[in-house]
Each structure stands twice: as C-alpha cells, then as structure tokens.
Design a binder for this molecule. Sequence first.
Ligand code: CA
Length: 230
Amino acid sequence: MRLLVVEDDRDLNRQIVSALEEAGYAVDRAYDGEEGHFLGDTEPYDAVVLDIGLPKKDGIAVLQEWRAAGRKMPVLILTARDRWSDKVQGFDSGADDYVAKPFHMEEVLARIRALLRRAAGHATSDIVCGPVRLDTRAGRVVVDGAAVKLTSHEYRLLAYLMHHTGRVISRTELVEHLYDQDFDRDSNTIEVFVGRLRKKLGVDMIQTVRGLGYLMTPPEPAAPASKPAR
Ligand code: CA
C-alpha cells in the first residue's frame, strides 16, 4: 500500500511518515498544497493524509480539485484544533475521515487501516483468504494457525494482494503501489518477491495470469485442507 502525506509542518510530516513507514507502507511526502495536489493527481495512492492549513493551496481546495478530476482515493484530513466547520467543509469536499490536532499517531494509523480496508471492501482489521490470515493491526501473517515471518517488502506485497483478492493485479500496478517515488523501481523484482512469498506461505494461492499479472484466490473449495489444524 502506498500513501501520500501532505503536511507543511516538517516535524509533524516526518513523524507521520516514519510512523506509516514503520507500519509497512510505502510513503511519499509533500510540504505544500501545490506539490501535494500534483502528486495526488498523478500518482496512484491507496490513501492520503491531508492537512487542511497548507501554504500555496489549502487542503480543502486540493481535495475539491482531486474529486472534481475523478480521483477517488480515501483521504484523511488533519484539522487544526477541534473546529467543526473544518470537518463539515472537509467531508463536503470529499474527505473520508478526519483527525483533529493534536492527535495520537496510533489514531492516524488506525484510521488509515480502516480507510484502506473499507476501500477494498473488508469490514475488519483481520483479512482472511483461505488458510492465510493477515492481521493488519499487528502486521502479522498466519497460515493454518502458524505465524509466518515476512520481510517488509514481502508483507507489503501480500497486504496489497490480500486487500484485492479475486482481481488480477498487473506487475505495473504492484510496482506503483508497493514503492515510494524515490525507490529504484524495477518490475522484475516483483517476480522475485512473489516467488519468495509463495515459498514462505507454503500454500498455492497466488496464481500467475500470463501476460496480465497475479491473482490471489483461496484454494479450490473441492480440495481438502492441506493438513488438519495442529
Ligand atoms: Ca498546516
């Protein structure tokens, strides 16, 4: 999952970005409304954290322009103090949620998780596909009841596939959603990561759809479970 943080307060921007990176997301950052608007308009983010009070272009205007241009990514706005008018204006402009400053970073993380899973049609923080369970709160993966240790890149890849089960995901889409803009992107590495992930999961759930990409689906219902639980 790839996120954008638009916040002009450099300290706060850094804090939010590092908390999100630590939680396993690829994160791009912007420090004013123009830069933020441009990135959100041209890059495919899974969600955006958008401050309302921004230099060059305020957050409400940025949001309105994105929505007018058909950009549908979930947006969490940061409102100064507990100003109800900011929230109303924000929601009316297309915001999906808000956090009022000052906030606890845990709350931002929880709201981002909720926005991402809602956007993908999941109701809880645990996402299940066949024997694989992704705990998006703890960043843990369990297969048939046993914890599986993944690197941050492998986790990011699995999280993206699990949020979009049943849909063919192209390699280009994966590259765009797994790496931030400064990363040296190479779609060939995706193949390597998918290979490692398959091996670590030990269950055959990530199909290669020739020429199109990857598809994650639960194993065929007719097939017996690979082994009884414990
Ligand atoms: Ca600000």
